[in-house]
Design a protein around this ligand. Structure first.
Ligand code: FAD
Length: 147
């Protein structure tokens, strides 16, 4: 039973590169053991993260992330049962913000700034799809054993 979950949240304080790297490092350490894959985007104080994997693993991880004091206003955007993963290649991929051009964001939203709170979850997932298709998601390939 695989599920995909998408949420958005707002950083409590200014998140610098070092703090973002620490979150990604923790994700890459923990997620393979849980069989979780996904993508994290951070822009203008907003996190957008997709998690996919077994239902229990994803639910448990999401509940842990949701109470993390580094962010607030954690909003569930999408939760679906899926037959296959979209982000199987990443224990936690990172969107390369250099590739997040305003035109691409504008394709899926009213304004050119990334604001997942203002668009549907489907639109945010479509944006992730497009970023993946244009090789704009970086990060170590997944070494998880996804049985
Ligand atoms: P430890 O890292 O040992 O942490 C113990 C406790 O301290 C936890 O309650 C933790 O929340 C808290 N803590 C740790 N560092 C800090 C800090 N710098 N500031 C405040 N409190 C802190 N974790 C994953 O495993 N996978 C993910 O995909 C993932 N994505 C995340 C996305 C976002 C946007 C954020 C903010 C966090 C994410 N995390 C993720 C981290 C997650 O919220 C937990 O902190 C982490 O999973 C706890 O790991 P641990 O059990 O090894 O405990």
């Amino acid at each position: 039973m695989l599920v995909r979950l998408l949420y958005a949240s707002r950083a409590v304080n200014t998140v610098n590169q070092e703090e973002l790297v620490a979150i990604l490092r923790k994700s890459k350490t923990n997620n393979p053991a849980m069989g979780v894959t996904g993508v994290l985007c951070f822009s203008e104080g907003i996190f957008l993260q997709a998690l996919e994997g077994g239902r229990s693993a994803v639910n448990t991880l999401y509940n842990r992330i949701a109470v993390d004091p580094r962010h607030t206003q954690v909003e569930l955007l999408c939760y679906d049962e899926i037959s296959e993963r979209r982000f199987a290649g990443w224990s936690m991929g990172q969107v390369n913000l250099g590739r997040l051009n305003p035109g691409l964001v504008l394709k899926y939203s009213e304004k050119s700034a990334l604001d997942p709170f203002a668009v549907s979850g489907r639109a945010s997932l479509a944006l992730f799809d497009e970023l993946m298709a244009t090789a704009s998601i970086v990060g170590q390939a997944c070494r998880a054993r996804l049985a």
